[in-house]
Design a protein around this ligand. Structure first.
Ligand code: SAH
Length: 234
């Protein structure tokens, strides 16, 4: 089995890359900035593709996620894409900092496109996840939630309206964009998301995100090891 992680920030992937002693493949996607790491695990191939950097900072957001996912699938032909990273969540839904969730769907929360139902459906996204996601979550004892993706770290009232209306729980900046590419190319996608901030905590998101990033990424690594064990044991 070929498993490919698509990850936005190096901080999110580093504990995992270190755990599996993954090798960096230099200039794998040049001139694109995406970075490739690889390892063999229990006879299966594991890849991590990072969005890469621009202006000396990790590229976050939908555009970079699309470039990375498309490049990864075209070059590596994975059987499963895993979008792993951090997210905001809601205390009102029982979320905690560094809690790791499995996604049960992915949608965009900042696309407001008027028109008929078909335009509305297209702009929301609502991409399906890998059909083994629920069984994996149950076996590992993880909660599931719907990933909602937008281009900003903050949350405007109109974003919250859409999130509420569609039952969004895990707010990020890449998930639905990765899901979009997977939907076009018919590659199953699994979401593994760790909470860095609570959107309804009243604390400034960037401050909360920065404070909890390392802790959330350590928790993410622990769960991703369990995910890999689960997938490669089959
Ligand atoms: N300036 C920040 C950039 C991080 S942007 C820095 O110093 O590192 C936030 C990243 O974490 C994105 O990749 C996004 O997917 C995720 N994220 C975490 N919490 C989020 C939230 N509340 N809303 C949107 N994205 C969030």
């Amino acid at each position: 089995m070929k498993i490919c992680y698509v990850v936005a920030m190096e901080a999110e992937a580093q504990p995992f890359i270190a755990r599996y002693g993954m090798r960096k493949v230099e200039n794998a996607f040049a001139p694109l900035p995406c970075q490739l790491y690889e390892a063999e695990v229990n006879g299966h191939t594991l890849h991590v593709v990072l969005n890469g950097q621009q202006h000396q900072r990790d590229l976050v957001g939908c555009e970079a996620a699309v470039v990375a996912t498309l490049s990864a699938i075209q070059r590596l032909h994975p059987d499963l894409v895993i979008n792993s990273g951090t997210c905001g969540a809601f205390r009102a839904h029982g979320a905690d900092i560094a809690q790791v969730y499995i996604g049960n769907g992915a949608m965009f929360h900042d696309r407001r496109v008027p028109g008929d139902d078909a335009w509305g459906t297209q702009s929301l996204g609502n991409y399906a996840v890998w059909d083994g996601s629920a069984a994996l979550a149950q076996t590992l004892g993880l909660k599931m939630g719907k990933v909602t993706t937008g281009s900003s770290l903050d949350m405007q009232p109109c974003d919250l309206d859409l999130i509420r209306q569609h039952g969004g729980e895990l707010k990020d900046m890449e998930g639905a964009a990765v899901g979009f590419v997977c939907s076009l190319l018919n590659v199953p996608i699994l979401y593994v998301k760790s909470v860095t901030d609570l959107c309804d905590s009243g604390t400034e998101t960037y401050e909360e995100f920065s404070r909890n990033l390392n802790h959330a990424c350590e928790a993410l690594k622990v769960v991703n090891e369990q995910v890999i064990d689960y997938l490669t044991a089959k």
